[in-house]
Design a protein around this ligand. Structure first.
Ligand SMILES: Cc1cc2nc3c(=O)[nH]c(=O)nc-3n(C[C@H](O)[C@H](O)[C@H](O)COP(=O)(O)OP(=O)(O)OC[C@H]3O[C@@H](n4cnc5c(N)ncnc54)[C@H](O)[C@@H]3O)c2cc1C
Length: 391
């Protein structure tokens, strides 16, 4: 009989597996993909922002879910840094408190983590795709055909619904819903927005827009983003994406270091004989991509004060969020009320859940991985005492 089953070998599942093994449980991790932690490795391509080195109160304020507070208080930024160091990966704190491994990638950390788990007796079965329940048991599609496991305790760590090609395809939603588990609909989080560009904009695709402020729903973020044929994406856009997804209008301040009065003063003389683009470049030091955006979203360009106001608050004309398959993360998932404080599913005793499959969201910047690791640890520790065989 399987003792402790973990489904999903992402950061949440691996953390849970480690906690179960540390408590002496015999752990089997089943992973649908041919190799573990593909999204974690993808996160490593951008340096692997593990956490954020900031005071706990400021850190917690970034999450939309109060109930995560005690879990993150147990395993927050400091613990994540110690954990990485414990796996032989020194970390450093970069700009605005973002913490990365010195190696700036995920593979050395993942290798060390997997060998530690293997040494603790954790068995990893890849290409084992959970395919739903068979009575109270878990059915898998495996390379050898159908397999059914009846574990003493189970942890689900199947991820959210973004980037499904890396494994987290949310196929589990109807299976849990049918068992009475409340699930909030998945929505894209930390995503770009579709823009139906005019033909003039094609030459700017791939261009970064730097030194702007993005303003939405009372939030003002200095940041960068990129134009593509599909629309706009990148850190600056992700930072305001939740407010915009919830319906807030998005505007761009193209000259965030100048006050409205200063911009008005600089534009007061008018363009004279200059082309509009030359005049805006000289008067406000706007680069070509910013001028193109002003013309794209501000046309027909007004004059005088109204033009200055447009430079300071250019409405972004978008067609809504890009699809969830392109989003960095997802909002939605297993609802808080479906879980105990130990992250056990109320409707399915002995089944715990962790990571992005739970209903919480946070911005990029290390918040996502920290909460996945922390909930994995919480679920793994809580599950350790469940259904243990008598000694
Ligand atoms: C491009 C990109 C960059 C990112 N960068 C960062 C970053 O720098 N910092 C940060 O904090 N976060 C980052 N994230 C987010 C972070 O990677 C995720 O939040 C995190 O990986 C989620 O962990 P998880 O364990 O909950 O789920 P996942 O990592 O999605 O793992 C779930 C696992 O479950 C498996 N699985 C799913 N269904 C089944 C099934 N039916 N049977 C068996 N196995 C199954 C999947 O194959 C997968 O291996 C990034 C995400 C992306 C897409």
């Amino acid at each position: 009989m399987t003792d402790a089953l973990v489904i999903g070998a992402g950061p949440a599942g691996l953390m849970a597996a480690g906690a179960l093994a540390a408590a002496g449980r015999r752990v089997v991790v089943c992973e649908a993909k041919p190799s573990p932690a593909r999204k974690f490795l993808m996160a490593g391509k951008a340096g692997l922002n593990l956490t954020r080195d900031e005071p706990l109160a400021a850190f917690l304020a970034q999450y939309d879910a109060d109930w995560l507070a005690p879990i993150l208080a147990d395993f927050g930024p400091g613990e994540v840094m110690d954990w990485a160091r414990g796996l032989g990966q020194e970390v450093f704190t970069g700009s605005s408190g973002r913490v990365f491994p010195v190696a700036m990638k995920a593979s050395p950390l993942l290798r060390a983590w997997l060998s530690r788990l293997a040494a603790a007796g954790v068995e990893l079965r890849t290409r084992w795709r959970w395919a739903g329940f068979e009575d109270a048991c878990f059915a898998f599609d495996t390379p050898e055909g159908r397999a059914v496991l009846a574990p003493r305790v189970t942890i689900l760590a199947l991820g959210g619904a973004s980037w499904p090609r890396l494994g987290s395809d949310a196929a589990w939603v109807p299976w849990l819903a049918a068992r009475g588990v409340a699930i909030a609909p998945f929505r894209p989080a930390n995503m770009g927005f579709t823009v139906d560009w005019s033909d003039h904009m094609a030459r700017h695709f791939g261009a970064p827009v730097k030194g702007v402020a993005l303003v939405a729903g009372g939030q003002r973020e200095r940041g960068e983003f990129v134009l593509s044929a599909r629309g706009i994406e990148g850190g600056g856009v992700y930072a305001v994406s939740r407010a915009v997804r919830e319906g807030a209008a998005l505007t761009l301040d193209l000259a965030p270091d100048r006050s409205l009065a200063e911009v008005t003063g600089r534009l007061a003389k008018g363009s004279g004989k200059e082309t509009m683009a030359n005049w805006l470049r000289k008067a406000l030091k706007l680069d070509p991509v910013k001028i193109a955006l002003l013309q794209e979203w501000g046309r027909p360009l007004p004059k005088g004060d109204r033009l200055a106001r447009l430079v300071k608050a250019l409405p972004v004309r978008h067609g809504g969020p890009r699809p969830i398959a392109e989003a960095i993360s997802s909002a939605g998932g297993i609802a808080r009320e479906a879980l105990t404080e130990a992250l056990e599913l109320r409707a399915l005793p002995g089944v715990f859940a962790a990571g992005e499959m739970l209903d919480w969201e946070a911005p990029t910047g290390g918040y996502l991985l920290t909460a996945c690791l922390a909930t994995g640890l919480r679920a793994g520790r809580a599950a350790s005492g469940y259904g243990a065989a008598a000694p």
